[in-house]
Design a protein around this ligand. Structure first.
Ligand code: TRP
Ligand code: ZN
Length: 897
């Protein structure tokens, strides 16, 4: 464990290294507690850098030997600290280093570097894990050609994998064997990987667009082969999509995906050897929900797409992380939308795409907006950090993808593709910056994107204020758009950004009006993209027969908060008519938000709660509209998330909000019970389960109906949920019914929960759902034991393990981050528990601990009483012995706010 205080690293301090590495030849003698790593480095002087020593990074390494050109280094030429070696080399431009280190995979609980999981060896090197394996200039602008030899026990690790091509394998004495791998592409060390474990592979051979045969493998534990098929299908779809959409082909003869049970994040794009959290690989109908299937498809695609956006062209330094992550998230979002549209066919394509877009917007609003408004707010390209692992954030990923999407909107699909082509033609094989990417886009399109670059440097969610003025005398409508961004930590002044605003005008009959801007001769399209690049600007639409209702930011065309005064009637009108599915959903969200926040204020003030009848009416109309596809209705009828609502509440009062949510949910269930029941009964899919987006939409809507019915404790609904739980043939139905019963806290819930546990007690991934459901439970009866008590009890369940990140995220993550109504207890006991758990986790795995720590970073937004209870717990964590840089950075920034 690192205990020293992490220094702050600044983007402006980037300088190339005096020496880089052209080739590395690695040898691993694998043993659980003493793996010996021999590394031969061909170091070369960097002609573009100022002269200096060879600099190597290391962490938790036991150094056994170091030679320079085969000799002990000359006295005084080597300086060594815990984490750094500097070697002076005079009068040569090439040097061969040989370094032998010993590491202890078994003691590696941080899951960064080389570690053990269920008896197998796995690596995770992004961002700075390679230095925990051997001494190396551990930064992405050092790209070397890797050769790797693995030597291990044949019985424990029959499978030995690394990046690239297998060039040799054979037997060794004492029951050991070896394999040698060569990666033909130079790569930064964060893309290095090895796996040595007892696994089996699902295999497939495919031809690439240019006719090369490639071997695809999905490696899983024995007994899980029947769950690997969907990941393989997804991989093949991703390959085809990248060929068709961007002309990008797989460049290796072999591409492997490996599932591992203990993993800090979702998955990792190591060259030719992607390593995945098992949760994003394994699926069969009995154990995975439709949503799990969707996630697997998108994560498999995401990692695959990194092969070009990340690996072939990589990042110069970690400040450029969004160069690969924002772009790759955008690519996986487009891929998923295309897959959904393709499955829905000609008729449902646009609705299916909108459903995916709505999903993405939900994530952005609930995870990224709060981040951008809190002490961790940072631009998609940060200016500084203490611990890079803390910057794998919703901002870098999701807002980063929104920034790429805006380029796509501004340049059009063809212009964007031309920019991508130019980017690869210039930078293939290089480690580059976000400027290089945007410059390629600008050059390919003959467009000045200098002001657009501000999106990379400015933190905070811009507010887009819209005002419309109708002039009945001349049939014109003047739209005024203005922008402003609140100060964020370290960034008091904000400049205007380039904001593409997709606009439509809806006529009184609900149909879109053709748009004609002042000075144009003819009305044109019904949706147009306006570009706001100054603080404020006006547009005048002419030739309108009647006053329109504006529909702004269609498709969520920019990551901003839209402020537009619309009364309840206008929101209900757009809920019923907006032709842009995303905005139609948004109208419903805005209306629901208004109702929920009003009721929360009433609850806080001790007033009676009453849901306005017009809201229920508008909601019921969507529910009964069979012209809308079920997946869209499931989105439109789901209330805004708690995290997003808390962000909109001043001050945030989780208990009051929870009271409002409970009341609104129950009322929507009670008043619309007949409709929900009719829906649930009509939408049941006949026949055997298959994962298909069209069926998934129906299942999602039925499960939502059950949820409302159980919330209202409608007898027929509860009975239906219980029956569906008992008769379910797949996890989506079974878990949906169980979740509904739990949500209603009805008597049948307890038995169902126990039955679920019995059925899946040996299935660790499914048990994560069981933990998450209980930690995320909503108490309906104030006299019942708090969920906190249940969470504490579950920590002692034999199926729980604090060393398994998935378990921690399922139990503690679901409680701290996804259940504010129960976590923020007035007596502060939730916060005490939080501090205790963060400190305990941090001693073993700082990355996981830091993620849990972030649950309280926005503590300044809460009521004064809650803040008073939170502060001492933040201070307690900060005072803990040997606190990691990861958690230190989070808590220091929170306290400084
Ligand atoms: N690059 C990975 C991705 O596809 C992210 C990742 C996986 C990661 N494991 C990690 C980042 C561990 C930091 C630490 O998005
Ligand atoms: Zn990624």
């Amino acid at each position: 464990m690192r205990t020293e205080h992490a220094p702050t690293i600044h983007r402006a301090d980037y300088a190339p290294l005096a020496w880089t590495v052209a080739r590395i030849d690695l040898h691993f003698a694998l043993a659980p507690q003493a793996t010996v790593v021999t590394s031969r480095l061909a170091c070369v002087r960097n002609p573009d850098a100022a002269p200096g020593p060879i600099v190597l990074d290391g962490e938790e390494l036991e150094t056994l030997a170091l030679t320079v050109d085969g000799l002990d280094p000359a006295p005084g030429t080597v300086r060594r600290t815990e984490s750094r070696i500097e070697i002076d080399v005079a009068d040569r431009d090439e040097v061969a280093l040989e370094i032998v280190t010993r590491i202890n995979p078994q003691a590696n609980t941080a899951l960064s570097g080389l570690y053990l999981s269920r008896g197998g060896y796995f690596t995770q090197c992004e961002a700075e894990g390679f230095r925990r394996i051997t001494w190396f200039p551990d930064r992405p602008d050092v790209m070397a050609r890797f050769t790797v030899t693995l030597e291990g026990d044949k019985a424990a690790c029959p499978v030995l994998l690394s990046n690239g091509n297998l060039v040799e394998e054979g037997e060794l004495p004492d029951g050991r064997h070896y394999a040698r791998w060569e990666d033909p592409f130079p790569k930064p060390c964060y893309l290095f990987a090895l796996v040595a474990a007892d696994l089996v592979a699902l295999e497939r051979r495919e031809l690439t667009a240019s006719g090369r045969e490639v071997l695809l493998q999905v490696w899983v534990e024995k007994g899980n082969l029947d769950r690997a098929g969907h990941a393989m299908e997804s991989l093949v779809h991703a390959m085809r999509w990248d060929e068709e959409t961007f002309g990008l082909e797989l460049d290796l003869d072999r591409f492997m995906i490996v599932a591992v049970s203990d993993f800090n994040m979702g998955a990792m794009e190591n060259k030719g050897l992607n390593i995945f959290n098992a949760k994003y690989v394994l699926a069969k109908p009995d154990t995975a929900t439709d949503v799990d299937y969707e996630h697997i498809e998108s994560v498999v695609a995401h990692e695959y797409f990194h092969n070009w956006t990340g690996n072939r062209v990589t990042c110069r330094d970690w400040f450029q992380l969004t160069l690969k992550e924002g772009l790759t998230v955008f690519r996986d979002q487009q891929f998923s939308a295309d897959m959904l549209a393709c499955a829905a066919g000609a008729e449902g394509g646009s609705s299916a795409r909108a459903v995916k877009r709505i999903d993405d917007v939900r994530v952005l609003r609930s995870a990224q907006f709060p981040e951008d408004a809190g002490p961790m707010a940072h631009p998609i390209r940060p200016e500084s950090y203490q611990e890079i692992n803390n910057f794998y954030t919703a901002t870098v990923y999701e807002k980063g993808a929104e920034v790429i999407r805006m380029l796509h909107t501004l340049l059009g699909p063809e212009g964007f593709r031309n920019g991508m082509d130019l980017y690869f033609s210039y930078h293939d094989g290089q480690a580059v910056t976000c400027d290089d990417f945007v410059n390629a886009m600008a050059e390919a399109n003959g467009r000045d994107l200098d002001q657009f670059m501000r999106w990379y440097g400015q933190a905070g969610t811009p507010r887009l204020r819209a005002q419309g003025e109708w002039n009945g005398a001349d049939g014109s409508y003047t739209l005024t758009l203005s922008q402003s961004t609140q100060p964020t930590p370290g960034q008091p002044d904000k400049l205007p950004l380039v904001i593409p605003v997709a606009v439509g005008l809806i006529g009184p009959d609900g149909a879109d009006l053709p748009l004609q801007l002042e000075g144009e001769h003819q009305p044109g399209a019904t949706t147009r993209v306006l570009e706001l690049a100054t603080e404020t600007r006006q547009w005048r639409f002419t030739n309108l027969a009647a006053e329109p209702a504006p529909s702004l930011l269609r498709g969520f065309s920019a990551p901003v908060i839209l402020e537009l005064d619309e009364d309840d009637g206008r929101l209900a009108f757009r809920m019923a008519h907006d032709s842009d599915a995303c905005n139609r959903w948004d109208a419903a969200q805005r209306y629901a938000e208004r109702v929920l926040l009003q009721l929360a204020a009433d609850a806080a003030a001790g007033r009676a709660l009453k849901v306005p009848a017009p809201f229920i009416d508008a909601f019921g109309k969507l529910l009964r509209n069979e012209l809308l596809d079920p997946a869209f209705r499931a989105q439109a009828l789901a209330l805004p998330g708690e995290a997003y609502l808390l962000e909109r509440m001043e001050p945030a009062d989780p208990a009051a909000l929870r009271a409002a949510q409970l009341h609104v949910g129950a009322e929507l269930g009670r008043v619309l019970a007949a409709d929900w029941l009719a829906l649930a009964e009509s939408l049941v899919e006949p026949g055997e389960y298959r994962y298909h987006p069209a069926d998934a939409g129906g299942r999602a809507l039925v499960n939502l109906a059950l949820r409302y019915l159980c919330a209202a404790r409608v007898d027929a609904g509860v009975a239906l949920a219980a029956a569906r739980f008992d008769s379910a043939t797949n996890m989506t139905d079974r878990f949906g019914a169980l979740a509904a019963l739990m949500h209603g806290a009805v008597p049948a819930a307890e038995a169902a929960l126990a039955a679920f546990y019995r059925r899946y007690q040996n299935d660790t991934l499914v048990l994560d759902k069981w933990f998450a459901l209980q930690a995320g439970a909503w108490r309906r009866d104030a006299a019942a034991a708090p969920v906190l008590a249940q969470v504490r009890e579950l920590l002692a369940d034999p199926a729980f393990s604090p060393s398994n990140p998935n378990k921690v995220y399922a139990l503690l993550g679901s409680f701290f981050r996804a259940n504010p109504g129960e976590f923020h207890l007035a007596d502060g006991s939730g916060y005490e528990f939080w501090a205790e758990q963060v400190i305990a986790l941090d001693a073993a795995n700082p990355q996981v601990a830091a993620r849990m720590a972030r649950a309280l970073e926005n503590w300044r937004r809460f009521t004064p009483a809650l803040q008073a209870a939170i502060r001492p717990q933040l201070e307690r964590v900060l005072a803990a012995d040997g606190l990691s840089p990861d958690v230190t950075e989070i808590v220091e920034k929170a306290l400084a706010a």
